[in-house]
Design a binder for this molecule. Sequence first.
Ligand SMILES: NC(=O)c1ccc[n+]([C@@H]2O[C@H](COP(=O)([O-])OP(=O)(O)OC[C@H]3O[C@@H](n4cnc5c(N)ncnc54)[C@H](OP(=O)(O)O)[C@@H]3O)[C@@H](O)[C@H]2O)c1
Length: 328
Amino acid sequence: MSRSRLSGVVDTALEATVAGSFSRAGYAVRSKMEHWRPPGSLAGRVVVVTGASSGIGGAVADELARLHATLWLVGRDRERTEAAARRAHDLAEGATAEPVVLDIVDAGAVREFAERVASVHDHLDGLVHAAGALYPKYRSAPDGTELTVATGLLAPFRLTELLGPLLRRSADANIVTVSSGGMYTERFDLEHLVMSPASYRGTTAYARVKRAQVVLSHEWARRWGADGVASYAAHPGWVDTPGLASGLPSFAKLGPLLRTPAEGADTVAWLAAGAARREDPAYTEGFFHDRHLRGEHHLPWTARGASAADGPRLWEWCEARTGTSALA
Ligand SMILES: NC(=O)c1ccc[n+]([C@@H]2O[C@H](COP(=O)([O-])OP(=O)(O)OC[C@H]3O[C@@H](n4cnc5c(N)ncnc54)[C@H](OP(=O)(O)O)[C@@H]3O)[C@@H](O)[C@H]2O)c1
């Protein structure tokens, strides 16, 4: 992950402005100054991508297909999920993509899906958690859990736990969770993670879950690193997607400053392809943006109280709420 002194200075300056870093400008400058190369071939590598029917997850699927991965593409909308799989087939000879239509907060459907993957493959090389949304108004999942927490935290926990044995059977599996720069505004606080209907604010609930996703991503690396599993969180910047338009319409007005889905997906696909650890074997976890490891706190108070016990506590919290045990 070496870079010239000049590109390091420019990167730091972009990062300090926030808007420069998160917008299309950040991607344009970094990708050109550092002459980003495509990650290597994924022929024979099996990767599951959630949120593949739209936006960033759809663009991640396209990029992994171009690299010849064998893909399982999860979405909720049948037509768009099947279209994503057809696109993957067309993008590269040798890429295979299976569309999987399910709601990730449906525990039974997720278990059935994990069993299906396990019936076909004896290992899994990648798992990308891109499904997610910002809900401006309070909503709950069928089990009563507030929907931001159910979708952004408990559902990825359940799926990862179920697929854990397969991931650990790959020599070098990569888990990538699509978090958000919004997480910089909130600290990790398990007691205030789930918002009540009375106190609910969509942007706050979203930022808290995005922060918790980063904590959980470290915990997967801590638990499974010895089995060769790397676990990253990534923030895509501000990306022009249907999710941004519905969840944060004020940001959607930034128009030409927004990244394309492919630009937002670049680092996610790069991590899922194992490129970070190939460039530097020390990079097996962390919070990435534009192919670089980033600090996890911009505001001093979000680091206050953070401790090494956060990951294990969050993991136990998720385990208790999902009641998930791994597939045998
Ligand atoms: N856009 C941004 O600027 C931005 C910035 C930071 C982080 N992110 C994160 O990036 C990820 C992708 O968002 P996006 O902007 O690409 O939004 P998007 O275009 O709305 O895509 C969201 C994807 O998540 C899927 N999804 C949501 N809830 C689901 C559920 N319960 N079950 C199954 N699939 C579900 C959607 O499936 P269907 O469409 O089939 O329902 C869709 O494929 C999210 O985690 C988001 O928080 C986005």
